[in-house]
Design a protein around this ligand. Structure first.
Ligand code: ATP
Ligand code: MG
Length: 323
C-alpha cells in the first residue's frame, strides 16, 4: 500500500468572532502520498493558509480547528498539546512562507539560527551542526556558503533569503514541507529557480510537499496532484494532468482561463467575474453559483456534494461535466 505522509479527513476550522463562528475550512479531506508534491489552488480568502496553519498547529485564537482529523505519517496531530506540536514542527514538518522575514530572525546570523534550529531537534556537537548547515546552504544553491553563514538576513537579496528559508525548513529533513505562496514576492526568473529547487529537493530526499498558490500555472509545473478550493471547500481534485486536460468544475476553468489571460494580456483582470463570497453569508446553493456561467436553478437551491467522475477525479458540481 502507498504510504501517506499527510492524511487530512473532514477538517473544519474557522474563527470565533463577535458576529459568530466564521467557517474558513469546511469539511476538507486531502492526502499526500510519500514523496509527492500536492497543490492547493484557489483565489485569495478561500482558506488555503488556514489549512496550512491547521496542519502546523499554528492557528491562533480566535482561530480554531473545530472538527476532523490530521495525520502526519500515521500520527494524529489534532488535540496534541502545544509542546508536542513544537517538537513535531521543524523536525517532522516545516513551513516556508511568502515573506522570508516572518520566519527568519533579523538579529541573528543565518548560520547561527540554522544551527540552533538543528540543535533544538538533534543531538550533535556545534562543529558537526555547523558542517550540516553549510552543507544544506550549498544544497539549496547558495554560493559561498561560508560567507552567507555569517550574514544577517537583511544583508541578502530576496531570492537568497528565500533559499535560506528553505534551507532552514529543510535542516532537520522533515517528512512534510508546506510552502504557502513561497514565490509570489519574487520576480519570475527567481520564482522558477525556487520552485525547481523545492521539487528537486523533494525528489532527492523523498520529502512530501504541500504547495499553496493562487496561480494555477505554478501549480501545474510542480504538482503530482491538485486540489482546487473555493469558499472553504474542495471543489475539484485530480492528478495534475487530468486537471489540466479535462477539468470539470467551472471554477477550475475560470482559474485556468485567468492563467492564459495573464500570459497573453498581463493587464487584463482575471477571467472570473465577481468576488469570493463572505463566508458568514454563503448563498443557499452552490457557493460558486452567483459567479458561475453554468449555474441553473438547482445550483442556486442545493449544495452539490463531491462526486467521482473518474478514478481519482472528484468534482463538486451539478453541471461539472459540461465545463
Ligand atoms: N482573524 C480572523 N478572523 C476572522 N476571519 C478571518 C481571520 N483571519 C482570516 N480570516 C478569514 O479566513 C478565510 C480564509 O483565509 P486564508 O488566509 O486561509 O485564505 P487564503 O486562501 O490563504 O488567501 P490568500 O490567497 O489571500 O493567502 C478568509 O475569508 C479570511 O477573511
Ligand atoms: Mg494565504
Amino acid at each position: 500500500m502507498e504510504e501517506l505522509t499527510l492524511k487530512i479527513e473532514h477538517l473544519c476550522s474557522g474563527f470565533f468572532t463577535e458576529r459568530g463562528y466564521v467557517p474558513a475550512v469546511d469539511d476538507v479531506s486531502l492526502v499526500i502520498p510519500q514523496g509527492q508534491v500536492v497543490g492547493i489552488v484557489g483565489e485569495s480568502g478561500c482558506g488555503k493558509s488556514m489549512i496550512a496553519r491547521s496542519v502546523m498547529g499554528l492557528l491562533k485564537y480566535p482561530g480554531r480547528i473545530t472538527g476532523g482529523s490530521i495525520q502526519l505519517a500515521g500520527r494524529e496531530l489534532t488535540g496534541l498539546p502545544d509542546r508536542q506540536m513544537q517538537r513535531i514542527r521543524g523536525k517532522d514538518m516545516a513551513m516556508i512562507f511568502q515573506e522570508p522575514m516572518t520566519s527568519l530572525n533579523p538579529v541573528a546570523t543565518v548560520g547561527r539560527q540554522m544551527r540552533e534550529a538543528l540543535l533544538l531537534h538533534e543531538k550533535m556537537d556545534k562543529n558537526a551542526a555547523r558542517e550540516q548547515v553549510l552543507n544544506m546552504l550549498e544544497r539549496v544553491g547558495i554560493s559561498e556558503p561560508e560567507k552567507r553563514y555569517n550574514a544577517y538576513p537583511h544583508e541578502l537579496s530576496g531570492g537568497l533569503r528565500q533559499r535560506v528559508m528553505i534551507a532552514m525548513a529543510m535542516i532537520c529533513m522533515p517528512k512534510l514541507l508546506i510552502a504557502d505562496e513561497p514565490t509570489t514576492a519574487l520576480d519570475v526568473t527567481i520564482e522558477a529557480q525556487i520552485l525547481r529547487l523545492i521539487r528537486d529537493l523533494s525528489r532527492q530526499t523523498g520529502m512530501s510537499v504541500l504547495l499553496i498558490s493562487h496561480n494555477l500555472g505554478v501549480i501545474a509545473q510542480m504538482c503530482d496532484a491538485v486540489y482546487v478550493m473555493y469558499a472553504g471547500k474542495i471543489v475539484e481534485q485530480a492528478d495534475a494532468f487530468t486537471l489540466f486536460d479535462s477539468h470539470a468544475h467551472p471554477y477550475t476553468k475560470g482559474l485556468m482561463d485567468s492563467v492564459i489571460d495573464l500570459k497573453t494580456n498581463p493587464r487584463r483582470l482575471p477571467a472570473i467575474g465577481g468576488v469570493v463570497p463572505n463566508l458568514l453569508h454563503l448563498p443557499a446553493g452552490c457557493a460558486f453559483s452567483p459567479r458561475c456561467p453554468l449555474a441553473g436553478e438547482r445550483c442556486r437551491a442545493e449544495r452539490p456534494e463531491m462526486e467521482q467522475l473518474a478514478p481519482g477525479h472528484m468534482c463538486r458540481c451539478f453541471e461539472g461535466r459540461r465545463a
